[in-house]
Design a binder for this molecule. Structure first.
Ligand SMILES: [Zn+2]
Length: 190
């Protein structure tokens, strides 16, 4: 495993914003490597995700703590789900609260070709939390919940939209190639 594989680069392979947010931790060999270490890093993620302009983020350490809390709730939810365990009531309550807060800040706006929901918030943290919470609401209650998988190589979450739902890796180009190379080398060694 090269260091490059675990460079703390934000990637967006989840297929849903809440999954991309969950993938801001790396799990090399069951170790937990935090990628949202500072307000600057959270702002960077928000910028790359198209949520906020990084230079105007104005985030604090406390904001990072709150964002990481929501992020870890998303991860815990799928850990329970994939383990076949019921989701704890406390976790459902936490999501209800985050989703309700996000919805309370939304308002309908008309534009030339129709209507859209816009978020009525001035703060970058709320913008991040709201987008993640609404994405989570969409995934949890939608018919693609069963398509959320953990990558067989790196444990990142992704939405398997392949036709026969047989995808095992967050990215064929990185994790998939790595697994195939490893099994090829094992076969060669016999
Ligand atoms: Zn992966």
């Amino acid at each position: 495993m090269t260091n490059k594989t675990y460079a703390k680069v934000f990637r967006f392979r989840g297929g849903e914003l809440c999954l991309d947010f969950a993938n801001t931790i790396q799990w090399p060999r069951s170790k937990r490597i935090e990628m949202l270490e500072t307000p600057g890093r959270l702002a960077e993620w928000a910028g790359l995700a198209g949520i906020a302009q990084t230079e105007t983020a104005g985030l604090t350490e406390r904001d990072v703590t709150r964002a990481v809390q929501l992020r870890d709730e998303v991860i815990t939810f799928f850990t329970f789900l994939h383990g076949g365990q019921p989701i704890p009531d406390s976790l459902l309550t936490a999501f209800t609260s985050s989703i309700n807060a996000a919805r309370s800040r939304q308002h309908l706006r008309q534009h030339s070709s129709g209507f859209e929901w816009q978020s009525n918030t001035g703060g970058t943290l709320d913008m991040i939390l709201d987008r993640v919470a609404l994405s989570m609401a969409h995934v949890i209650t939608g018919d693609q919940l069963a398509c959320v998988k953990a990558c067989a190589m790196c444990d990142w979450l992704f939405l398997d939209t392949s036709r026969n739902h047989s995808r095992r890796w967050c990215s064929m180009d990185s994790c998939g190639v790595h697994v195939k190379m490893r099994s090829y080398n094992e076969r060669r060694r016999g």
